[in-house]
Structures are given as C-alpha cells and as structure tokens.
Design a protein around this ligand. Structure first.
Ligand SMILES: [Zn+2]
Length: 292
C-alpha cells in the first residue's frame, strides 16, 4: 500500500520512478548504477543491509547518485528529533539526507518530515488527528497520547476516530520551514506495550534503542511480567560473549542515564537468544515478550 502511494505521489510531482522490489542489495546497486536515481524510498533497516553489502564489495556509497532517502515503516529519530541508533548507523556511513515518515493504510495519507526533520507535517485537509489519554480524553499540551484519526476523503471505508494504538508527541509551534500545521513526533511505542516500571512509564522501543547501542550485546529479548504487587517487572535476556559483573553494571548505568530506571538483567548465550527470537520459523525477530 505504501509503495503504491509513494509511486503515485512521485509520478504526480513529475519525477521518474523505478520499482526494484524487496530484498536483494546487489540488484539495488545494479539499478542505482544504471538508472542514477537521486532518491530512494525504503525501510531504514534495509539501508543498513545496503551499507554492509557496499562494504563487503568495495562500493563507495558516497559516490553513488543517491542524495536522499525517504524512510518508511521504522522510526529514525528520538523524541527530541535527534537521530536514533538506527538513524545514526546510517548517517555515520552514508552522507545522504534522511526523511522520516509515519503512515498507515487506514490513514490514507502520511506524515512526512521536511528538510529540517522536526516531525511529520500534518495535512489538515486530508485527516483529523487527536491525541487521547487512557480515558479517551485529549492529552494536555506536551504529553504523549494515542494517535486517533478521522480520515477525510476516503469513500470506501471512512473511519471515525480510529485509534491507531501508536503513542506519539505532537507540536503546534511553527516549523523552521515556515509551515504552521501540527508536527507529529516519532512513535514512542504501542499503547498495549506500555510498561509501568518503578514509577516510570516506558515502551519497548526506548529499551531497544539503548541495547542496539551497546556493542557487547549481540542480541536480546525484553520480557515483561506482572510481579506480586501488581506492577510490571522487566527482565532483559541479553546474548553476550563474555558476561561479567562489570558489563552488567555498565549496561544498568546506560539504562539509568537514558530512562532513569534499570531493569533486571540475565546473560545468555548468543545462540540461545537467537533460538528464542525466531520461534516457529518467524521471519521477523521477536524482541519483546509480554507475559502480563
Ligand atoms: Zn517543516
């Protein structure tokens, strides 16, 4: 759905577009070399695959024709709009401009950043957006809320106050580009994955971002359960090659610095975590297990 939407939009602005299909980095580089496009539309984690392929095959990414990437499906930024771990891993290796987007089929439109990267711009003529709290009331200014949408102009299956399950911040101050419509922050997490831990509200992506940044942690599973007093406990099962007390302390310090609280940590063998991450031939790794 997103692919078709971007295809139509790119045609409308008068640009050419080549559909390359999923997966194969070699085919992508071959197409880039032949067609000399200036932009790519992709999930950002696939850019990491392109970078790895380029490094293995002595391709200088910075000498290709690509200047921009429109990134769909995954967040590129932290709440303060700085690049997150994924965004940084791309930016360190490839000097292109990254644009983050947020959309779903139900919305019938997308929230896309301008060149200043300060949140996805709202198109009020296409969609009404509300940000609701747990009691379905609008959140106060500056508080994150559940993105709730009413699409305008959709005739086949219009939706009234459809709750997306995504929790985001939003901003009404004008953007540096001069647009004055609402800007949507990156997705903080899924509403049903909200964790109340030691008095702090948090979501799995914040923990993933910290763990992705620690090179000793090769893979991981975040497990959430309800403890005897009815609040949430978080257990991090971390695949590491050389577990130690020092490593545990270092990881806990990272968590306290970034999200104020430190979950329980259990070191495991890397291949044990690998098995837990891919149950029943699952194609996407499972990194969050909710036992509540
Ligand atoms: Zn802007």
């Amino acid at each position: 759905m997103a692919g078709l939407a971007y295809f139509s939009g790119i045609r409308k602005i008068g640009a050419g577009v080549v559909r390359v299909g999923p997966g194969n980095p070699e085919l992508q580089f071959d197409s880039i070399h032949r067609v000399q496009p200036t932009s790519i539309v992709t999930v950002p984690s696939f850019i990491i695959k392109l970078i790895e392929f380029a490094e293995e095959n002595n391709i200088d990414m910075n000498k290709t024709s690509i200047k921009k990437a429109i990134c769909i499906g995954e967040a590129l930024r932290n709440n303060d709009f700085t690049l997150n771990t994924l965004g940084n891993r791309i930016a360190e290796k490839w000097n292109i401009q990254l644009f983050s987007t947020y959309a779903s089929t139900e919305m019938g439109t997308a929230f896309t950043e301008c060149e200043y990267g300060l949140g996805g711009h709202h198109h009020p003529e296409m969609i009404i957006v509300e940000f609701l709290d747990e009691n379905d009331k609008p959140v106060k200014d500056g508080e994150p809320g559940e993105v709730t949408i009413t699409n305008l102009g959709v005739e086949g299956m219009p939706l009234l106050r459809f709750k997306t399950g995504d929790i985001c911040n939003h901003y009404y101050t004008p953007c540096k580009c001069g647009r004055t419509t609402m800007r949507l922050g990156p997705v903080i997490g899924r509403k049903k994955q909200m964790i109340k831990f030691k008095g702090t509200t948090l979501y799995p992506p914040a923990m993933c971002d910290i763990l992705n940044d620690i090179k000793e942690v090769k893979n991981y599973i975040i497990e959430v359960s309800t403890n005897s007093i009815g609040t949430d406990d978080i257990l991090l099962k971390l695949g590491v090659e050389a577990p130690s007390k020092e490593l545990e302390k270092m990881i806990k310090d990272h968590f306290r610095a970034r999200i104020r609280v430190a979950p329980f940590i259990q070191f495991e063998k890397v291949d044990e975590i690998q098995k837990l991450q891919f149950p029943n031939m699952s194609r996407k790794p499972v990194t969050f297990i909710d036992k509540r």
